[in-house]
Design a protein around this ligand. Sequence first.
Ligand code: SF4
Ligand code: SF4
Length: 370
Amino acid sequence: MLYTKLPSGIRVSRLGFGAMRLPTLTIGDKEFVDVERATAMFHRAFELGVNYVDTGFMYNNDESEFVVGSAIEQWPRKDEITVTAKCTKFRMARPGDLRRMLEHQLWKQRRSYFDYYLFHGVGWENWHEIDARTGWIDEMAQAKSEGLVHRVGLSFHDKPEALLKLLDTGLMELVTLQYNYLDRANEEVIAAAHARGLAVVVMGPVGGGRLAVIPKGLREAGTLSTANAAELALRFVLANPNVDIALSGMSALEQVEQNCAAVDKGPLNAAEVGQVNQLMAQNRALADLYCTGCEYCLPCEHGVAIPRVFEAVNYLKVYGMEEHARALYKRLVENSSDASQCVACNTCLVRCPQHIPIPDQMEEARALFG
Ligand code: SF4
Ligand code: SF4
């Protein structure tokens, strides 16, 4: 296993165990964590050197933390495991809620403190809105001063510029955020966070399982040292010198073993990163020829999410990422914003600076995705 030293001085594995997709079993008509299988996964990961676990209040229907706590308690070298937990913004209603949640989470996990405790899924606006309602920023500071929380951080879901403002507060010591070889929007703020001494933890290195195939072009070139798509994604993220940990939300024992083996091979080398970057840039340029995502065509009165439809088409036709494209399109269908909603009213045509024949393309998209 590869390790790194976080700015706090804690030595952690570069692969983190994301405990949000633990295996489940069905009892009656409900899903529960399969404790036996999940515990075996944690113990195998620890055996292979993983010593960073990321969990959150709501993961696996609020059950994740119980299983994380009991798995770590059974592990003989439990003090070597660093745990990051998160309070959820969705259950912050009134003053005292952060403290009550924190105490409950410590009880669930059988711990007296968290190494890192994060504001979960915040951006600049909602972080302040929730604070106005609950005073959670002061409560977090109080918990830290009492030693219940050793370090404070955030998991971030907002525009990159919002992270810079959150960093300016000086409160944060760790950020968990989205980054993978396709989604590079956070690349600059990752560098900024690292430069300011924060630990940087990447979630979604394999795009939530969406980057399930090696993109067209890299596949054909066959010059990468990666055995599979997940390995490519993980090793790409770890090649970024500003990233400390890549999290993987693991749900099967084989995945634990594969991910550990992937990280053991080390980050992609500079030539490989260059190759991925070059191909992604070429693909992006090709995709931009069609649709830049400017959204000038919106709103469509019939609800078509035009740029999202083109995004799905590009993933399929340009990047050759069939599974991801189909998953994206399926979400559009579920929201009734897919190409089949188009009635060819032509309203959007005049708004598109790329002069894309949108209604015709919608028909093509409909045929493409069936
Ligand atoms: S042509 Fe289709 S996509 Fe464009 S505005 Fe009309 S219904 Fe919407
Ligand atoms: S206006 Fe044209 S380029 Fe812009 S998002 Fe819509 S379809 Fe794409």
